[in-house]
Design a protein around this ligand. Structure first.
Ligand SMILES: [Zn+2]
Length: 218
């Protein structure tokens, strides 16, 4: 197992228990493991160190795993990625456009399964890195909400400068790859919007700012 001792894996999950238990399983198998709590945290870490493999939850606050994995594929095509979720039983059920080399079902699969997946990816990483570099992965974004005029909007993260900006959605061309210029740099951001999945855009109970009724009202 000594050949694995320097192989780095980044585990991204907002769930402490899952993140830590996966990290322990991987560490005990000889991998170098780092952890991140969400996509932005992970992207910051990737600026400093580039692991061989990223394992990311799909349902996270701040930045969805879908979007995070798309950015990883575009900026770090040499990294193999494993998408994981408790919401899908198999990789076949995961919506199209998810940029991952493998899928791990939390709760359904055993840690041994994950170790097999990792070993598989390590074995085939060279070939896949070449494929990754040829792809132009779009950013995959969930619906974010509606603005004060009732127009749906999304928040895009530029794959080059990593700045985020809101974008009104006026087309119904869902699940199709679209393009928009970045507000901050010359990059063109390619993206897919998914309106169908609550899973990618968990209801965070964003309270609208409303006037609180005075004591004499109601
Ligand atoms: Zn940009």
């Amino acid at each position: 197992m000594s050949h694995l001792s320097h192989l780095e894996i980044l585990v991204v999950d907002d769930d402490d228990a899952i993140r830590n238990s996966l990290a322990m399983v991987l560490q005990s198998s000889g991998y170098d493991v780092s952890i991140a709590m969400h996509g932005f945290d992970a992207l910051l870490q990737l600026k400093r160190r580039i692991p061989a493999i990223v394992i990311s939850d799909l349902n996270m606050p701040q930045m969805s795993g879908f979007e995070f994995l798309s950015i990883v594929r575009r900026r770090f095509p040499q990294i193999s990625v494993i998408a994981m979720s408790g919401a899908y039983l198999s990789g076949d059920a995961v919506p199209g456009g998810v940029i991952a080399d493998a899928f791990y079902s939390k709760g359904q699969s055993s840690p041994e399964t994950l170790l097999h997946i990792v070993a598989d990816l390590v074995r085939t990483s060279a070939a896949r890195a070449v494929d990754h570099a040829r792809e132009s992965a779009p950013v995959w974004i969930p619906r974010n909400g509606k603005d004060s005029h009732g127009i749906p909007y999304v928040v895009l993260t530029c794959t080059d400068c990593l700045r985020s900006f809101p974008l009104s959605v006026i087309t119904e061309d869902l699940q199709k790859i679209q393009e928009t210029p970045c507000l901050f740099c010359p990059n063109t951001v390619r993206y897919i919007i998914d309106f169908s999945l609550a899973i990618a855009s968990p209801r965070t109970e964003v309270k609208a700012v409303t006037t609180v009724p005075g004591p004499n009202e109601d």
